[in-house]
Design a protein around this ligand. Structure first.
Ligand code: 13P
Ligand code: ZN
Length: 269
């Protein structure tokens, strides 16, 4: 069977990165059953032949009108599809969609009529927001990292920047590689427009947001870097939990050590 990836090595590379990350999510235990989703804005790889491709399923509503997405194309994990399957067969467990000219619907154009993730409202609203502010971020990732989700069950960690400061203080690299920290989003119904709107609000200040009692939502230039940010934060959560399991509250890096790091690596305050 022919594929949209045939003779398009740059596009194939992006989809292969999605497949690689999907495998990591499964290996980490963050992707039970169909848990989590990925979308990547692939518009820069679209040529005239792709633009001429017909829809292979009827257009479906996004649930919102997103004017910045006019003419955009996305690779999306399919709803109810497993990350461990996406890892091996990306084009059977995900699809390429095109936003229609009214900016309120999408149509699937390749390779198979796999319906996109139920979190499409959040993903597309975020891509619309990113384009609107001229960002070079192209990838968004939602996943269920065990330790970060566990932390979101504790009120103390849901206060602004409490979790961020704790996670930064576990190991110097966390602030270096996740300098904008972790934004907190109070519980909202999965797949809802309300969740999408709260996510956008927090992404103004953070690259990774924690959806209370659900998961994280991260954005970055590509999907590998979005994964890295979540991985770095969850590593800090694991260190915190390991210390607690040894029977003590970890000291964390001191304010002075954090300040020294921030200056040495020219990080935002
Ligand atoms: P999908 O299978 O629709 O992508 O949903 C998974 C999920 O994690 C919802 O929050
Ligand atoms: Zn989820």
């Amino acid at each position: 069977m022919s594929s949209i990836l045939d003779n398009r090595p740059a596009l194939e590379r992006e989809v292969n990165k999605v497949a690689e990350v999907a495998g990591y999510l499964w290996q980490k235990g963050w992707a039970e059953r169909n848990g989590g989703n990925i979308t990547v804005n692939i518009t820069e790889y679209v040529d005239d032949a792709i633009r001429a491709m017909p829809a292979i399923a009827p257009a479906a509503p996004i649930g919102a009108t997103l004017p910045n997405l006019k003419g955009c194309y996305f690779f999306c994990k399919g709803t109810n599809k497993r990350m461990r399957d996406l890892a091996r067969w990306p084009m059977e467990n995900g699809s390429v969609i095109r936003i229609t000219d009214d900016c309120a619907h999408y149509e699937i154009i390749a390779d198979n009529p796999v319906r996109p993730t139920s979190e499409l409202p959040s993903h597309l609203a975020v891509h619309d927001y990113l384009i609107g502010k001229g960002s070079n971020y192209k990838a968004s990732l939602h996943t269920h990292p065990i330790e970060l989700v566990a932390m979101s069950h504790c009120k103390k960690f849901l206060e602004k920047d409490v979790a961020t400061r704790l996670l930064w203080s576990m190991i110097p690299e966390t602030k270096a590689f996740c300098p904008r920290g972790l934004g907190i989003i109070p519980y909202q119904l999965p797949g809802s427009n309300e969740l999408a709107q709260s996510t956008i609000r927090e992404l103004g200040d953070y690259d990774v947001t924690l959806w209370e009692k659900h998961g994280v939502f991260a954005i970055e230039e590509d999907i590998m870097q979005a994964f890295d940010q979540v991985d770095v934060l969850n590593k800090s959560a694991l260190i915190y939990i390991a210390a607690k399991n040894m029977g003590f509250e970890p000291d964390g890096m001191s304010d002075e050590q954090m300040r020294e790091m921030t200056i040495a690596f020219n990080l935002p305050k």
